[in-house]
Design a protein around this ligand. Structure first.
Ligand SMILES: [Zn+2]
Length: 499
């Protein structure tokens, strides 16, 4: 158990946590966003970060160390004074520069000592950020080197400063899982999933989700996880559902410099906007036309402010959704606004059995809003739990009504399939589903019927359905008698002719 991180609420893989940062004397509520501060280029004054909701920022100790003026000030005043920020400060080590330029002139011991000396609250060793798609041999070798450096970092005296244990492994899920397990077994404190920026820059959210899910399998549930370089609000809900607790945004400033305006559905260019689709103070007080006419520096600052507002607003929405148990509804809404986020959500659903274990058993009403809903962890869990029930000789599975000719009547409904009627008022069987159900929902229900039948070989089943499509009924075993409640038509399962 890591005593500096406590999970207070959970939904899917998402959680609301308290990250205690002892050196800063603060507790940060997660999920949260750490605005990135480049000490050479301040776009928004860190003293103002609290206005947006930032409790922690991240800056780069390597840049500070290599700039004579900044180094002297940081050593003299300390980072908090230098940046005028009283929250927690995380520092990066130069690993990013290592990935960009191939070499750097520091090492893990020296940079951790330096981060400690300048008053960082969470420091970082020099890990090797292995990019996506490299040959496996390289990913393995570099991971071994990163692991040696994490072990070295454990031996450095860093006082109360927390220390990051980056998780590498490129796009190889088994290496990410191994890296997660190794990092978990160190005495280090916070777990950044590293080198995913190239995936996110190319909107490869499906592969990003696979990488995160793999790292999470290795890390324990009480490990605070930082998705390194994740700064676009369109993917915060997805990343939170995957179990990420910390994000960092250079995007707010970098995008602003290019005249780009972040939204939860994607990125707009200021020049293409006639209206601001946002209620933040910047957007409420200005029109796009006014901002377009401003000098570059003023325009950049306002866009950066909007970008921070929209990011923290989305994080509050994510946290409220976790509290209500509606995080996956939010993820679905985001996924259906952008095909790449949909890829990420579908990849998350590929891991539904992994996330099922951490999903709360009871929460807000399940809303079925797309075929993807049929693959949610709740649906997977219910189907798995069918083995807990013992059934009598004859059972009617009916979408409505009961029949005393049977020993027992169960309810059956897309997408959840069959369930005892006494559960009808409990989660997730209170699900709100569309009148015009899609094939995925019917097929999911039929697979549930199939599993229940397989688990109870001595029970006779009848399925009374409301005109399910043939494609779904194909999943129902032939020994089940079928009654179509819409037509009154009774048959044995159509599959019997093929058997
Ligand atoms: Zn705005």
């Amino acid at each position: 158990m890591r005593d500096h991180f406590e999970v207070r609420a959970q939904d899917a893989g998402g959680r609301i946590g308290d990250l205690t940062v002892p050196r800063a004397g603060v507790t940060v509520e997660t999920p949260t966003l750490m605005p990135v501060v480049n000490p050479n280029i301040i776009t928004v004054d860190p003293a103002r970060f609290r206005e947006f909701g930032a409790e922690i920022l991240i800056t780069n100790s390597y840049i500070i160390k290599n700039d004579a003026d900044l180094r002297e000030r940081a050593l003299d005043e300390g980072l908090h004074e230098m940046l005028d920020f009283d929250g927690a400060i995380m520092t990066d080590s130069g690993s990013f520069q290592l990935a960009e330029y191939g070499e750097i002139d520091t090492d893990t011991e020296e940079i951790l000592d330096f981060q400690h000396a300048i008053g960082s609250d969470i420091g970082t060793p020099v890990d090797i950020p292995t990019p996506p798609d490299v040959p496996r041999e390289r990913a393995e070798e570099e991971l071994e080197e990163t692991q040696r450096r994490l072990e070295l970092a454990e031996t450095v005296d860093t006082g109360e400063m927390l220390v990051n244990a980056p998780v590498q492994g490129s796009t190889y899920p088994d290496l990410r899982e191994r890296a997660g397990r190794h990092a978990e077994n160190t005495s280090l404190d916070v777990f950044p999933i590293g080198a995913v920026v190239p995936l996110m820059n190319d909107y490869r959210y499906g592969e990003m989700a696979d990488v995160v899910a793999a790292a999470k399998r290795g890390l324990g549930r009480d490990a605070p996880v930082h998705l390194f370089g994740a700064g676009h609000p369109m993917m915060f809900a997805l990343a939170a559902a995957l179990g990420c607790d910390l994000f960092d945004s250079a995007a707010y400033a970098l995008y602003a410099r290019d005249g780009r305006y972040l939204t939860v559905h994607g990125t707009e260019h200021l020049d293409s906007l006639q209206y601001f689709p946002c209620g933040c103070p910047v957007c409420a007080d200005h029109t796009p036309d006014e901002v377009q006419r401003m000098p570059d520096a003023a325009q950049e600052e306002l866009l950066a402010e909007h970008n921070l507002h929209v990011s923290f607003t989305e994080l509050r929405r994510v946290k409220q959704a976790i509290r209500q148990g509606s995080l996956l509804e939010l993820v679905e809404a985001r996924a259906h606004a952008h095909p790449r986020v949909l890829d990420g959500y579908r990849a998350f659903l590929d891991h539904a059995d992994q996330y099922e274990a951490s999903d709360p058993v009871s929460k807000d009403t399940f809303y079925y809003t797309s075929p993807e809903s049929a693959r949610r962890p709740e649906v997977v869990r219910h189907r798995e739990r069918l083995e807990r029930f013992s059934l009598p000789d004859t059972v009617l599975l009916a979408e409505s009504g009961t029949d005393d000719d049977f020993d027992e009547t169960w309810r059956v409904r897309p997408p959840l399939g069959p369930y005892p009627r006494e559960l009808a008022t409990s989660y997730p069987f209170t699900a709100e589903v569309p009148e015009r159900m899609d094939d995925a929902g019917y097929e999911s229900a039929a697979k549930g019927v199939s599993r229940l039948v397989a688990l109870n070989p001595d029970t006779e089943f009848t399925l009374a359905h409301r005109d399910w499509p043939a494609r779904a009924l194909d999943y129902v075993p032939p020994r089940v008698e079928l009654v179509n409640l819409e037509t009154g038509h009774t048959t044995d399962s159509g599959a019997e002719d093929d058997a």
